[in-house]
Ligand binder design. Structure first.
Ligand code: SAM
Ligand code: SF4
Length: 343
């Protein structure tokens, strides 16, 4: 650890929340826009934020760099679709300097893969080594039905380009009742067959989506029990820095992760906070409390006000979320969409 300390971060005390959890992971949504309209994430007709409300790329760099000085070791760029933000490669390049300096362990992103065929080489050149790509189905027709606007072939070409560029891939799939529950075996074979981890995610009740989430919700406890009829799953202590719990699938030798915010409360080991593209810091994905870092950024060109605002926010990090999906609780637990805070 001592090797990472430089004059830049030597004196910054680590960010410890009131429950003793060290905050070392920042997820940053760089845009709320997207070239897909996944049914569990967005409604078809979304109203996006006016461009003037967004943090500029320079401001995003400033705020991320302040977090790095305060001990963040992992940065994940997300969205909306992060790669649709104009000039986003400028930000990756700017943030890449913290990897070179040894002040950051990992710069990564979560993407729908639609632009990877164009940008994989540039991402690698900026220091990105691992990426998460969201693919919920291997059927082109279902893919179109889930994403509304997406094209599976383009995403597959993007995956191949990412592999050629040397990026390590993790595939994320949201488990959707009656949609891809019959396909999990194929997704395991597909991901593990190309040396990628696969992570399954439960749908979370975030934002209005023009549909009933109880129709989509598939508890991963049930998926896991079903998989055990056909696969040998062994719990392993592997931790990718996020909330997934992993098993090794003996038949493939690959890793399968479960992100179970609904069936398993993953809050006790939470090490992360999330920044929206307008500079609001959310200390918990499942709570509404936020801190306005844009105001702090714009209040002064020195970073002192910003750093004080970050410190005050971390002290408000709550113990956990209050997600519920049942027939009585129809309204989303939090009104904002996942595309606002990033997945
Ligand atoms: N556009 C990128 C993508 O799809 O990977 C990044 C942003 S997206 C919001 C990040 C992740 O959140 C994706 O894997 C997506 O499937 C997941 N997601 C979106 N809405 C969700 C919800 N309501 N519940 C659970 N996961 C969700
Ligand atoms: Fe876009 Fe990702 Fe949301 Fe799908 S999950 S609509 S790709 S932000």
């Amino acid at each position: 650890m001592a090797a990472h300390l430089t004059s830049d971060n030597l004196n910054a005390p680590p960010m410890i929340d009131p429950f003793g959890r060290r905050v070392s992971y920042l997820r940053v949504s760089v845009t709320d826009r997207c070239d897909f309209r996944c049914v569990y994430c967005m409604s078809e007709h979304m109203t996006f934020l006016p461009k003037k409300d967004l943090l500029t790329l320079e401001e995003l760099d400033r705020v991320c760099s302040a977090f790095v000085r305060k001990g963040v070791r992992k940065l994940r760029i997300t969205g909306g679709e992060p790669l649709v933000r104009k000039n986003v490669m400028w930000l990756f390049k700017a943030l890449g300097r913290h990897l070179e300096d040894g002040n950051l362990d990992e710069l990564t992103l979560t993407t729908n893969g639609s632009l990877l065929h164009r940008l994989s080489g540039d991402l690698y050149a900026c220091g990105v080594r691992r990426i998460n790509v969201s693919i919920d189905t291997l059927s082109p027709t279902k893919f179109k039905a889930i994403t509304r606007w997406g094209d599976l072939e383009t995403v597959m070409n993007g995956l191949a380009a990412a592999e050629r560029a040397g990026l390590k891939i993790k595939i994320n799939a949201v488990a959707l009742k009656g949609v891809n529950d019959e396909e999990i075996d194929d997704l395991i074979r597909f991901a593990h067959g190309r040396g990628a981890d696969l992570t399954l995610i439960e749908t979370m009740p975030m934002g209005d989506i023009e549909g009933d989430r109880t129709d989509q919700y598939l508890p991963l406890s049930a998926v896991r029990a079903d998989l055990m009829d056909r696969w040998t799953l062994k719990d392993i202590p592997y931790n990718s820095g996020g909330p997934a719990r992993y098993v090794e699938v003996a038949e493939t030798g690959g890793r399968l992760g479960f992100i179970t915010p609904m069936t398993h409360n993953f809050c006790e080991s939470c090490n992360r906070v999330r920044l929206t593209c307008t500079g609001m810091l959310y200390m918990c994905l499942g709570q509404d409390d936020d801190a306005d870092l844009r105001a702090a950024l714009r209040a002064s060109s020195s970073d002192e006000v910003l750093e004080r605002a970050i410190d005050a926010a971390i002290l408000r990090k709550p113990k956990g979320h209050d997600f519920v999906i049942d027939r009585e609780t129809k309204a989303p637990a939090v009104a904002r969409h996942m595309s606002v805070t990033g997945g």
